[in-house]
Design a protein around this ligand. Structure first.
Ligand code: DGN
Length: 253
């Protein structure tokens, strides 16, 4: 079984891609909504939550864990890999593909403030071609606004995207797994000259490559189970609200 977690519904964008790649593998998802947003937690706290959740996923029978959260990957994946002997797959902003595709040699990254301030993110930037301008935009409150379906969502998107447009980026990388849920809104805001880069498909391919097949073998139409540390009814309501996730409605407990 594949275990997947995030602070909330964002990681379901990664789960959807994993399902497309591995339709016969059971998936167990945990949304840690009682402790969200991870963008506001200290690194020690994110490591503690990520360890506890990974332990739980392993005791439920998961043989691979996907950290479907850029913030938790940036702050905790090294600690997780040191503590677990099963594969731990993380997510990271698709800076490299965006840099390769960029004609203006200028790309923008949207991510949580915690992600863009992390050592792991800074190391990622060092590996990108030196002649590419990378504009990192920490988006305080954006994942939470998506999670809350806040009325301020468009205003926040405008605040974070406009400076990138003004500076001539032709690629915007979604560096938080919540952001694909509002990809259409971002696309409307930035216009057709800007390509939006989302790495969830690439992450799913990596999961497929590393997933040790369950001893029981593939199960046709394998189950997906969704859990939250918050309110299951609220989680389900949110899942139904985003067209990308509607196929997962009614599965939360
Ligand atoms: N989905 C998480 C991420 O990719 O960073 C959001 C983190 C948060 O809880 N703010």
């Amino acid at each position: 079984m594949i275990g997947v977690f995030d602070s909330g519904v964002g990681g379901l964008t990664v789960l959807s891609q994993i399902r497309a790649q591995l339709p016969d593998s059971p998936i167990l998802y945990l949304a840690d909504q009682a402790h969200a947003p991870y963008g506001d937690l200290t690194q020690a706290r994110v490591i503690e939550r990520s360890r506890l959740i990974s332990q739980w996923l392993q005791t439920q029978g998961c043989t691979l864990v996907v950290v479907a959260c850029n913030t938790a990957t940036a702050l905790a994946i090294d600690a997780l890999r040191a503590s677990f002997d099963i594969p731990i797959v993380g997510v990271e902003p698709g800076i490299k593909p965006a840099a390769i595709q960029s004609l203006s040699q200028r790309i923008g990254i949207l991510a949580t403030a915690n992600t863009v301030a992390s050592d792991r993110y800074l190391r990622l930037l060092e590996r990108v071609l030196p002649d590419i301008d990378i504009l990192s935009q920490g988006c305080a409150g954006l994942a939470d606004a998506i999670e809350q379906q806040s009325a301020d969502l468009d205003q926040l998107l405008r605040r974070y995207c406009q400076p990138l447009i003004d500076q001539g980026v032709d690629q915007i990388v979604l560096g938080c797994t919540h952001y694909p849920l509002v990809k259409e809104r971002i696309a409307r805001l930035v216009g057709p000259q800007v390509t939006i880069v989302d790495t969830s498909g690439a992450i799913a391919l990596e999961v497929k490559r590393r997933y040790p097949q369950d001893l029981a073998g593939p199960q046709v139409g394998a189950p997906i189970r969704l859990y939250t540390t918050g309110s299951a009814a609220e989680f389900d309501r949110l899942v139904c609200a985003y067209p990308l996730l509607a196929w997962l409605s009614g599965l939360a407990s």
